[in-house]
Design a protein around this ligand. Structure first.
Ligand code: BF8
Ligand code: SF4
Length: 626
């Protein structure tokens, strides 16, 4: 297959040609080498949880050496994916909570959204009257940190879900207790000789996944908003065309805003801007990638360089002085690509050291100074750029981003609400859904996957949905894809059906709303939860769905599972590694519906996938007719 046919992004296609000419290997080359992937792995029936293995299930060996059957093996592997995904999101959240514990009036990290902090403090019974905001922040941070390992009770944030949902979780025994505890329980239960019952493994997976969505990710989002500001609507641009010929280009890639926020500040520091000029550049140009890209575009309008599949290609432009990374979704291949150019590939986290990188450890205690050192080293690298190797492809699209829950509610209020409606509620959204002007709302989220054509499924699904009057909310690399292809632009209402186009016109929004990074899928839970509560319904009654058309990470498996456990159907464009167990498939695609009111649906053809979603949404609308 022609490599260029593996992506629909024109910039990527141009840079794949360049990489080929320059002998630079990328993910697209390696993916071709992996055309025939291991059938056991694909079906989830390979176990290496103990030293007697690996055991692979075949007709001749229907059980592992310990006797585990295909259901146990698939169930254990699935549960471990959920645990890993939950660990990743929640450990990110833990770092943000620690950062808030360090916040101070005259320090590097200050409180930007006091109202959100006070509201959370009240929700968590932290005294607020007559106290200094930083004392409150520190106590709230401590309470949050306890949510990771508290010995008793269930997670506090579950109370934000509709009442019926909370009762159901309680009845099913899937209310998460403490985040770390749920992760540890899965690691324990999937050790050799523990759980040998797939129903129980799936139940545990839901409980742990709920700890991800309603606890870890939600803490990540709320605390980031408190520290760095709740996103507001702003304009920006996306795709590799945002790199600039005459500026020091710095790519921010990874996930945690405690680093990226400081880099943004450092890049505006007059001393470093002057330094950039003294080395012959016109200034410093930051561009984001993956979820860090989503964090900084939402809060600062920092333009998005690209998504997960473009991380190597960004360096192939030859125009990047430094790529700064922290954790998650960072290809270990990057130092090799960086070596082909002048680019400095800078790792910063002890949790994600990568051989061949320049390691500059980031410590929140000395955040700004370290961020300045990192940016300085990027600036000083500008004279090393080899102009003959530079090719910045021109494509980029403009976008409107920053739709936090508050921004969505505020935007709807501003224009739609008549004088009689109470301000600051989800009423306008609920009304639009109820009346059918909007048929439904769908979260199109997640990664890019080399099993498919980069960006094809995301853009196809989004376009089909909006054409059918379904408003789309998006996070993660799905949001970057939407940005690159102009779907976050208000003009994209031209692709929308009549109802959605009217709403977009009336309230001045694009048909696809950018809600942030993958931890910000918790914003989706919040909007759905509030809308359900407003209508006196459970989340499973609403015409809403989640879709991960090109998912690939374990985090995505955790997200999909908590979304289902919240009562929202999840549509996948890539089959998860569970096909080797009929029971697993039955539970995930059928029985979960009886348990939690939602299930997984897998469809690899993006157009068919979109139509299955539309059908599912229309079925849910019966609840409005009752
Ligand atoms: O957490 S969408 S490729 S960047 S995993 Fe990774 Fe997937 Fe992108 Fe953000 Ni989310
Ligand atoms: Fe094989 Fe059982 Fe060990 Fe897994 S746990 S590797 S199935 S013996």
């Amino acid at each position: 297959m022609d490599k260029k046919a593996m992506t629909i992004d024109l910039n990527s296609q141009i840079l794949l040609d360049k990489a080929e000419k320059e002998g630079v290997e990328t993910m697209y080359d390696r993916a071709q080498g992996f055309k025939n992937q291991c059938g056991f792995g694909l079906k989830g029936i390979c176990c290496r949880n103990c030293g007697m293995g690996p055991c692979r299930i075949t007709p001749k060996t229907p059980r592992g050496i310990c006797g585990a059957d295909e259901h146990t093996i698939v169930g254990r592997n699935f549960a471990r994916m959920v645990a890993a995904g939950t660990a990743a999101h929640s450990d990110h959240a833990r770092d943000i909570a620690h950062t808030m514990a360090l916040s101070s009036r005259d320090g590097n990290y200050t409180i930007k959204d006091e109202v959100k902090l006070i509201n959370l403090a009240k929700e968590w019974d932290v005294e607020t009257e007559g106290r200094d905001i930083y004392d409150i922040a520190h106590e709230v941070a401590d309470v949050a940190l306890m949510e990771f390992g508290k010995p008793h009770g269930v997670a506090r944030l579950l109370k934000r879900a509709p009442k019926q949902r909370q009762e159901l979780w309680n009845k099913l025994g899937i209310e998460p207790r403490a985040i770390d505890r749920e992760i540890a329980t899965i690691m324990h239960s999937t050790h050799i000789g523990c759980t040998g019952d797939i129903d129980s493994l799936m139940q545990m997976s839901m409980r742990t996944a709920l700890a991800d969505g309603w606890v870890g990710s939600m803490i990540g989002t709320i605390f980031s908003d408190i520290l760095f500001g709740t996103p507001t609507v702003r304009n920006s641009e996306a795709n590799l065309g945002v790199l600039e010929e005459n500026k020091v280009n710095i790519i921010l890639h990874g996930h945690e805003p405690s680093l990226s926020e400081m880099i943004v500040l450092a890049s505006e520091d007059p001393e470093l801007v002057e330094l950039a000029k003294s080395v012959g550049a016109d200034g410093i140009n930051l561009a984001g990638m993956c979820c860090t890209g989503n964090e900084v575009i939402m809060r600062h309008g920092v333009r998005t360089a690209g998504d997960f599949h473009q991380q190597e290609l960004a360096l192939v432009t030859g125009a990047v002085e430094a790529m700064i990374v922290d954790v998650q979704c960072i290809f270990p291949a990057l130092p090799r690509v960086a070596d082909c150019y002048h680019t400095k590939f800078i790792t910063t986290s002890p949790k994600a050291k990568i051989a061949g990188s320049t390691y500059m450890e980031f410590k929140e205690e000395d955040a700004f100074n370290i961020a300045k050192d990192i940016v300085r080293s990027a600036v000083l690298n500008f004279p090393n750029r080899d102009k003959s190797k530079v090719l910045i492809p021109e494509h980029k699209a403009s976008s409107t981003v920053g739709y936090s829950t508050e921004a969505i509610v505020g935007q709807l209020d501003r224009v739609v609400n008549s004088q009689i409606d109470p301000a600051g509620t989800v009423k306008p959204l609920a009304d639009c859904l109820k009346s059918g002007v909007l048929r439904g709302a769908v979260g199109v989220v997640g990664c890019n996957n080399a099993k498919g054509v980069s960006n094809l499924a995301h853009t196809t699904v989004m376009k089909e949905l909006i054409k059918n009057d379904i408003i789309v909310v998006t996070t993660g690399c799905g949001a970057s894809a939407a940005g690159k292809f102009g779907l976050l632009n208000k003009d994209a209402k031209k692709y929308a059906g009549k109802g959605l186009a009217t709403v977009c016109e009336l309230v001045d929004i694009p048909p696809v709303l950018h809600l942030g990074s993958c931890v910000d899928c918790s914003r989706i839970l919040e909007v759905v939860g509030e809308t359900a509560k407003y209508l006196g319904m459970d989340s499973s009654d609403l015409p809403v769905a989640g879709v991960a058309p090109e998912w690939m990470s374990e985090k995505a498996v955790a997200i999909g599972t908590y979304v289902v456990a919240t009562g929202i159907d999840v549509y996948l464009g890539i089959m998860p590694p569970v096909g080797g167990s009929e029971r697993a498939v039955e539970i995930l695609t059928k029985e979960m519906e009886d348990m939690v009111g939602a299930k997984f649906i897998v469809e690899e053809d993006p157009v068919k996938l979109a139509h299955k979603i539309i059908e599912g949404i229309e079925k849910k609308r019966v609840h409005f007719e009752a």
